[in-house]
Design a binder for this molecule. Structure first.
Ligand code: AMP
Ligand code: MN
Ligand code: MN
Length: 327
């Protein structure tokens, strides 16, 4: 696990830039938007000229954060002295806005906490022991000096809450809670963030589960489910999702590894992996061209559902055996 944090170089790059673009990963989660907005707002508050962008814009459940209306969903005509990529382990994960930004920016700061980070870019704030990308943004802002507004604090706390699933992951440590305390003192509303990101869900997700549940299988320690394009239509949903099902699957006592196979409309299959402590799904995801963390990872692979399952299940069985051998 490589830790490389060039705080001074990163701060110098930011202070010397007349224009900055911040991007994050496609299909953004709470940590992606939290680190994108937390950093963008904080840098703007320091008088810097900052644009923020993510393919498709901010998802609805995160629209409560300040500044979402300023986030671009597409980039067409502009250039920047500096691009900062947050919460993305590789260049491809930053999607179309990331590709546009790379072509139209002088330098790139890579700020991320994935152990699978590929060290793209020029300056690194890569800290895999951080529970969220927002923790790294927080550390950087403390290093930089100056205040953190309530709006920026709420965005940063959002990433801490969502990537730890409400402080339930094994990497949560006393310092995590110290940062939570600091952000709450700055006015970040912990209860509202938990409610909006972890508790509240759309009825459509349950409608989807009605159709997806028959596909659930538990074999040895691996639990799996399949979401098809047909299921999506049956539930009246436009974009592929598992509605959070993979988290429910890994809560099953007998399961060590969980996977949801999500059929895309273009002969590709997206996968969400979860594991219990002692089992590593990030290596499997990385081998498939994706990435993530030991306990939560993902990848998208070309092929039909049957082909992808035939390729992936043996890899998961190996990860299961390796975990059992070490345990
Ligand atoms: P998800 O199952 O989509 O919630 O993703 C779980 C974790 O895996 C998150 O940390 C994601 O950032 C990471 N992840 C998911 N898909 C990919 C991918 N295609 N490439 C790299 N990382 C991914
Ligand atoms: Mn993320
Ligand atoms: Mn993250």
């Amino acid at each position: 696990m490589t830790n490389k944090t060039q705080w001074n170089e990163a701060t110098e790059a930011v202070l010397g830039a007349e224009s900055i673009l911040v991007v994050t990963h496609v299909k953004p989660d709470g940590d992606a938007i939290g680190s994108l907005l937390g950093l963008t707002l904080a840098l703007r508050e320091r008088g810097l000229n900052v644009d923020a962008a993510v393919d498709g814009g901010v998802p609805k459940f995160l629209e409560y954060l300040s500044g979402t209306e300023t986030v671009y969903s597409k980039l067409t005509v502009s250039k920047w002295d500096l691009m900062i990529s947050v919460d993305a382990s590789d260049e491809e994960r930053t999607g179309l806005v990331g590709a546009y930004g790379r072509e139209h920016s002088g330098k790139i700061i890579n700020l991320d906490h994935h152990a699978t980070n590929t060290f793209f870019g020029n300056i690194y704030l890569v800290a895999p022991e951080s529970v969220s990308a927002t923790e790294i943004v927080y550390d950087w802002l403390v290093h930089m000096g100056g205040t953190i507004s309530q709006s920026a604090a709420a965005a940063l706390l959002t990433g801490l809450v969502t990537d730890t699933i409400g402080f339930r992951t094994s990497n949560v440590n006393p310092r995590t809670l110290e940062i939570v305390r600091e952000l709450m003192l700055l006015g970040a509303p912990l209860h509202e963030i938990i409610q909006r990101t972890l508790v509240s869900r759309d009825y459509n997700d349950l409608e989807l589960w009605k159709h997806v549940f028959p596909s659930i299988e538990l074999k040895d320690g691996i639990i799996s489910a399949v979401v098809t394009q047909t299921n999506l239509k049956q539930a009246g949903l436009d974009d592929m999702t598992d509605g959070g099902l993979v988290s429910t699957l890994i809560s099953v006592e007998e399961a060590k590894i969980a996977v949801v196979f999500k059929e895309q409309s273009d002969n590709r299959v997206e996968m969400s992996f979860r594991s219990v402590v002692g089992f590593d799904v990030s290596a499997v995801a990385f081998a498939l061209g994706g990435g993530g963390h030991k306990q939560a990872a993902g990848a998208t692979v070309e092929g039909t559902m049957a082909e992808v399952q035939a390729q992936v299940m043996p890899l998961l069985q190996i990860a299961l055996k390796q975990g059992e051998a070490l345990g």
